[in-house]
Design a protein around this ligand. Structure first.
Ligand SMILES: *Cc1c(COP(=O)(O)O)cnc(C)c1O
Length: 242
């Protein structure tokens, strides 16, 4: 059962208020935090309801689903974020249908994305996914690998992509304290990379989901990825992404 349009609009309002509250508490301007509504597995009408409520950014993790709903929903000004693990055989589809990719984790993928990005779309903005907790079951670069990959990326100078920052997914069964420590580690890694490689490549920190976005904002998130707090539980709720 998906939520009604009114319920979705109400949830967006309340998530925005909480973002505002967390930003103020941290002495930050809420305008610098982008709310990404994670609409994966939700029907197109839920996305339509969110757009009607003023929502602009959407997160998806299945290329084909996203392409289908983008074709259905004519909403200029909407930006689409690919937040799932990306296999290189799907790179071309992501490059053709998205504005942002949060899960870059290899040079090879970067090249494929750049080569297949349509010129007219401008560069695909990418974030490097970091496996901060070094969990062997999770995707992403271990923190130490971020330096080398960044160096290679900048050297290759792929014109179809633009490096904008880092992303992480908090550990599944972590305490608030552990999550906060992961967010701090991502922020510090980004600051270190900004020093080494240039601040313009590390302006974005994508971290925080429905159950921890306020903590993430306190620790510097510029993008929060919120699904169930907006759209309600997903059919496969309980499985947290890796
Ligand atoms: C599904 C997903 C989210 C949203 O999760 P919620 O807990 O529903 O807010 C955020 N980030 C990623 C990478 C996801 O796959």
């Amino acid at each position: 059962m998906s939520l009604s349009a009114d319920a979705i609009a109400g949830n967006i309002r309340s998530v925005r208020e909480r973002i505002q509250g967390a930003a103020s508490a941290a002495g930050r301007d809420a305008a610098e935090i982008r709310l990404i509504a994670v609409s994966k597995q939700m029907p197109a009408r839920s996305v339509v309801a969110a757009i009607a409520a003023g929502q602009q950014s959407f997160g998806e993790n299945a290329v084909q689903d996203a392409a289908t709903r983008q074709a259905l929903i004519d909403a200029p000004g909407t930006d689409w974020h690919f937040i799932g693990h990306l296999q290189s055989n799907k790179a071309k589809a992501v490059a053709g249908h998205f504005d942002w990719l949060h899960t870059l984790d290899s040079i090879r993928l970067a090249k494929r994305l750049s080569d297949s990005r349509p010129d007219a779309a401008g560069p695909l903005r990418v974030l490097l996914q970091v496996n901060v907790a070094r969990d062997p079951d999770k995707f992403g670069l271990v923190p130490d690998a971020v330096y080398g990959v960044t160096e290679d990326l900048l050297q290759a100078g792929h014109p179809g992509i633009e490096l904008c920052g880092l992303m992480t997914i908090g550990q599944r069964r972590a305490t608030e304290h552990q999550r906060r420590a992961e967010f701090i580690a991502l922020r510090e890694l980004a600051a270190d990379c900004a020093d080494r490689f240039g601040a313009r490549y590390f302006t974005e920190l994508s971290m925080g989901m429905s159950d921890d976005f306020e903590t993430a904002i306190e620790e510097g998130a510029t993008m929060v990825r919120v699904g169930s707090a907006i759209f309600g539980p997903r059919p496969s709720a309980g499985s947290r992404p890796g």
